[in-house]
Design a protein. Structure first.
Length: 299
C-alpha cells in the first residue's frame, strides 16, 4: 500500500502542501485558522500519515523524537502515580503528534535502571516522571538534550521541574479546619519531604502505598473528613469511610468512578499534558528562561 504524503493530505483538505507542512511541523509563525489545523490533523490521522523523521532531521537537525522515562518501583503495592503517568503519557503523545513529534517511552526500574534501549536513539528532548534525585543524575548524564522532570524536587537550575500543588487543591476543595490528606506514594523522596514541609499545622499528610495504610489512617482519624489525591485512592477510601466524608482531587479525568456524594475537584490532565509538552518544545527550540519550577495551582 502506498505511503500517504503531504500532497495526499493537502488534496483531502483542499489546501496547499506548504500549509499542511506548517501545521504538522508545528510552525507557529504562520497564520492558519484553528478550523484548518483541525481538518489537516484529522486528515493525517485518517490517512495514517507517518512523517519521515529521518529526512526531516536532515533539514531541521532534529530527529522529531521525544523520550519519556517512567520510573517503576517493584515494592510499591499501589502504583497509582505510575498508572497516572501512563494516562498522562497518552495525552502528551497526542499533543506532540500535532506538533510533528513522536514519543519513545520506556519503563525504568527504580531498583535496576537500564537506559540501553532509549539512550541509543537520537532524541530532541526527554521527560522523566516521578524520579528520585539519586537516580536522576545517573539518568541525566546519559543525555545531552533538554530534560524536564515531572513530579520531582531537585535543587538544580539546569533542569526544569513541573509539579502539582496538591496542598493548594486540598485547601480549595475543603473548608474543614482539620484536613487529613492522603497522597499516593511518590518515587521522589524529596518531593514527599517538600509536601510535608509545606503543610500547615491543621493538616495531616499521609503517603499511601497499600490498602493497609489506608485502613491505618482511617482508624487513626475516626471522626475526621478525608481528602484523597486520585480517583483510585478515593474509591479505596470509600470502602472504609462514608462518601459524605470524602473529597477527591481527580487527576485522571475519571470522576465517573466516584459516587455522586463524594466532593470532587479536577487537575485537568489534558491541560497538564499540554503545559509539559509546550515547555519541552520551548527548550528544544532554545526559547526558554531559566526557571526552576512550574507549579500547577488550583484555580
Amino acid at each position: 500500500m502506498k505511503r500517504p504524503t503531504l500532497k495526499d493530505i493537502a488534496k483531502e483538505v483542499g489546501v496547499s502542501v506548504a500549509t499542511v507542512s506548517y501545521v504538522l511541523n508545528g510552525n507557529e509563525k504562520q497564520s492558519i485558522s484553528e478550523e484548518t489545523k483541525d481538518k489537516i490533523i484529522q486528515a493525517a490521522n485518517r490517512l495514517n500519515y507517518v512523517p519521515n523523521l529521518a529526512a526531516r532531521s536532515l533539514v531541521k537537525r532534529k530527529s522529531g523524537l521525544v523520550g519519556v522515562l517512567i520510573l517503576k518501583h517493584k515494592q510499591n503495592k499501589m502504583p497509582i502515580f505510575t498508572n497516572h503517568n501512563y494516562k498522562l503519557l497518552e495525552k502528551i503523545e497526542e499533543y506532540l503528534a500535532t506538533k510533528g513529534y513522536h514519543v519513545l517511552s520506556s519503563n525504568i526500574s527504580v531498583e535496576e535502571p537500564n537506559l540501553d534501549i532509549i539512550k541509543q536513539r537520537d532524541l530532541d528532548g526527554v521527560l522523566v516522571f516521578n524520579v528520585d534525585n539519586r537516580i536522576f543524575y545517573d539518568i541525566s548524564i546519559k543525555f545531552t538534550v533538554p530534560i524536564l522532570l515531572i513530579d520531582a524536587v531537585l535543587d538544580d537550575i539546569l533542569f526544569h521541574k513541573i509539579n502539582v500543588d496538591y496542598l493548594g487543591y486540598a485547601r480549595k476543595i475543603s473548608s474543614e479546619d482539620k484536613k487529613v490528606i492522603l497522597i499516593p506514594h511518590l518515587n521522589s523522596k524529596h518531593l514527599m519531604d517538600k509536601i510535608r514541609e509545606d503543610k500547615r499545622e491543621n493538616e495531616e499528610v499521609y503517603f499511601i502505598s497499600s490498602v493497609e495504610s489506608v485502613k491505618e489512617v482511617v482508624k487513626k482519624h475516626r471522626d475526621e473528613k478525608f481528602i484523597a489525591v486520585s480517583e483510585e485512592l478515593g474509591v479505596i477510601l470509600s470502602r472504609f469511610v462514608e462518601n459524605d466524608r470524602i473529597s477527591v482531587i481527580c487527576i485522571n479525568n475519571e470522576e465517573y468512578l466516584l459516587d455522586e456524594q463524594i466532593n470532587k475537584i479536577e487537575v485537568d490532565i489534558e491541560n497538564k499534558a499540554k503545559l509539559i509538552s509546550d515547555l519541552l518544545l520551548r527548550y528544544i527550540d532554545k526559547n526558554y528562561k531559566y526557571v526552576q519550577y512550574t507549579i500547577i495551582e488550583a484555580e
